[in-house]
Design a protein around this ligand. Structure first.
Ligand code: DGL
Length: 306
């Protein structure tokens, strides 16, 4: 069976919660996780800036010859998923606030998301599809930033500084960073919380299985190892050596760490691998990229219990 390479992208650590779901749902893939931690949080940036940053990250994925990319970021999905689908040859799976599952169980639900997601036409038209549920949309201005700074430690984020009080029978976590606080947010409102992570992983799984049969996964260029050339990556992104077929070689797989300066910013690269799925025995490898000075190794290790 074909082994897929999947790029998972977020502004920072939030998307690791989506990656965890993808790994559960689809072990046996090679995952690249790109956390754009030099530019997080995205939520208050302009649509142009976000589009520019997401495009740059997807070019890195393209250079690695991914079979599919996941925008593990509601903000990036709301702003530019459609455009990215036109620009890149691989499928781009988005993450959407879990409005539908909330509407199925609630009559007064709160949707929490970044300012850019809350302001999006996409979210507004989504909630209109469920008129029987009264949705209140709220954008905590800096909650994603607080989670990023707290490295996902819920005890370091004071919810009362970020969240409105109110009586809701369900809360939609419309930002992947908030998933770190799922228990605390649920307790804060005394209501169940909903996130879009499982839906995203399912969508990825069905795309890969359909595509596997139809052979969508990658253009001829991707498949024939041409990825990583200056042509393919755009001259600014890495060298052929780094971008190209080296991902997944023995060097990477053995967990060696290294540094590189994609985007002109130093970052550490490392991977941890060899997590075997108890169910299938499939070996999952995860290769972590960051754009900041360091990648958050602690949170990564904790998330995957390595
Ligand atoms: N985790 C992202 C989301 O789901 C973005 C948070 C941010 O960078 O503001 O929207």
């Amino acid at each position: 069976m074909k082994r897929y390479t999947v790029g998972v992208f977020d502004s920072g650590i939030g998307g690791l919660t989506v990656l965890a779901e993808c790994v559960r749902r689809l072990p046996g893939c090679d995952y690249l996780y790109y956390g754009d931690n030099a530019h997080a949080p995205y939520g208050s940036r302009s649509a142009e800036e976000i589009t520019h940053l997401v495009r740059a990250a997807l070019r890195v994925f393209s250079a690695y010859g991914v079979d599919a990319a996941v925008l593990a970021c509601n903000t990036a999905t709301a702003v530019c998923a459609q455009l990215m689908r036109k620009e890149f040859p691989f499928p781009v799976v988005g993450t959407e606030p879990a409005v539908k599952p909330a509407a199925e169980r609630c009559s007064r639900a709160l949707v929490l998301a970044t300012p850019r997601t809350i302001g999006s036409d996409r979210l507004r038209s989504l909630v209109k599809r469920f008129p029987w549920c009264a949705f209140t949309l709220f954008a905590p201005p800096d909650l994603a930033g607080a989670v990023e700074r707290a490295e996902g430690r819920a005890e370091k984020v004071k919810l009362e500084d970020h969240l409105p009080r109110g009586n809701y029978d369900g809360v939609v976590l419309g930002c992947t960073h908030y998933v770190y606080l799922r228990k605390e947010i649920s307790a804060f409102y005394g209501a169940p919380v909903f996130d879009g992570n499982r839906g995203t992983a399912q969508r990825l799984a069905s795309l890969l299985s359909d595509g596997g049969e139809r052979g969508f996964a990658g253009t001829a260029d991707h498949k024939s190892g041409k990825t990583g050339t200056a042509d393919h990556c755009g001259a600014k992104i890495g060298t052929a050596d780094h971008c190209g077929a080296k991902i997944g070689t023995a060097d990477h797989k053995l967990g060696k760490t290294g540094t590189d300066d994609h985007f002109g910013e130093k970052r550490e690269l490392f991977d941890k691998n060899g997590k075997n799925s108890a169910k299938t025995g499939a070996k999952t490898s995860i290769f972590y990229l960051g754009s900041g000075k360091t990648v958050n190794k602690r949170i990564y290790e904790q998330m995957f219990a390595i």
